[in-house]
Design a protein around this ligand. Sequence first.
Ligand SMILES: NC(=O)c1ccc[n+]([C@@H]2O[C@H](COP(=O)([O-])OP(=O)(O)OC[C@H]3O[C@@H](n4cnc5c(N)ncnc54)[C@H](O)[C@@H]3O)[C@@H](O)[C@H]2O)c1
Ligand SMILES: O=P(O)(O)OC[C@H](O)CO
Length: 320
Amino acid sequence: MTVAVLGAGAFGTALAISLAGNGPVVLWARSADHARAMRAARENAARLPGVRLPDAIAMTSDISDIAACDTILLAVPMQRLRSVLEEHAGALDGRVLVACCKGVELHSGLGPVGVIAETLPDARPALLTGPSFAHDIARGLPTALTLACADAGLGKTLQQALNTANLRIYRTTDTIGAELGGALKNVIAIACGAVIGAGLGDSARAALMTRGYAEMQRMALALGARPETLAGLSGFGDLALTCTSDQSRNYRLGLALGRGDCFDPSVTVEGAATAQAVAEKARGMGLEMPITDCVVGMLDHNLTIDEAMARLLARPLKEE
Ligand SMILES: NC(=O)c1ccc[n+]([C@@H]2O[C@H](COP(=O)([O-])OP(=O)(O)OC[C@H]3O[C@@H](n4cnc5c(N)ncnc54)[C@H](O)[C@@H]3O)[C@@H](O)[C@H]2O)c1
Ligand SMILES: O=P(O)(O)OC[C@H](O)CO
């Protein structure tokens, strides 16, 4: 199986590096200059500096170069996914498309699999998600991910094809649980970063992670996810990683909020738009998502971290 990766950001490049151990990989960048610079230096200096790009990776900005590839990984930010699919519909429709992004689209409330299904109905969608930092994968460190595909047979084929020397792939047919786990954990990671940034302590973070997991389950189960998916790599696993490591951009945005520092708006932080999308979706479904609501309030500068914490502590007492 030949693989193409659309999106030469940190994650797409890291996946291409790991997959290059299995055979040829095409890495597509939207900018011709970026593709040329990567070819010349055999490095993605902009997004993944210091890691050599193996010879098995062909860098291009010509979408027709993916024509011979069986499987296409989509490693672009969630809020850009629809426009990428629309722009390259001719090359992507009817193909096996593995979304690698984590989030919920703002105006539709859909996750990546839902956006693919709505935009390119003849494509065969799947999702690759789970606890993983691009730099860890690119350095060959051991990582485990979940491949979610509603078509069990295709899921098995993709699991085999995307498993590499350092990427161990598990599989599930529960695409709803896998996409919501990966999306919602980023919102909780922003909250955890804020708590640590404001000096409110590790106990407060553990409380937020646990009650945040309850929020994740509340929404995901209401939408038909399986509880075991949330307990797996794509849910609990990714929540644990993202809420505890300052390698995470979501966590780092939270740290900056908690400290009252500025944060570079050009950095990809999926949890920011997703918090807004999820809060709106929860209201429509009649679900309580108090931590998500506080994250939205802090991001909109309507709520300080102290006010957010006071609001959470003052909620009516209840059974766990
Ligand atoms: N970086 C990680 O450690 C990591 C790990 C797991 C999952 N992810 C997920 O992968 C997705 C991408 O994250 P990233 O870290 O690679 O981000 P990034 O900011 O490093 O790169 C994003 C890439 O998308 C490209 N892009 C943006 N808009 C585009 C468009 N309209 N058309 C074509 N390309 C476009 C950019 O040029 C850039 O190369 C996110 O959803 C993220 O949650 C990232
Ligand atoms: O840097 P973040 O916060 O986007 O996290 C990267 C991955 O999602 C962690 O699994």
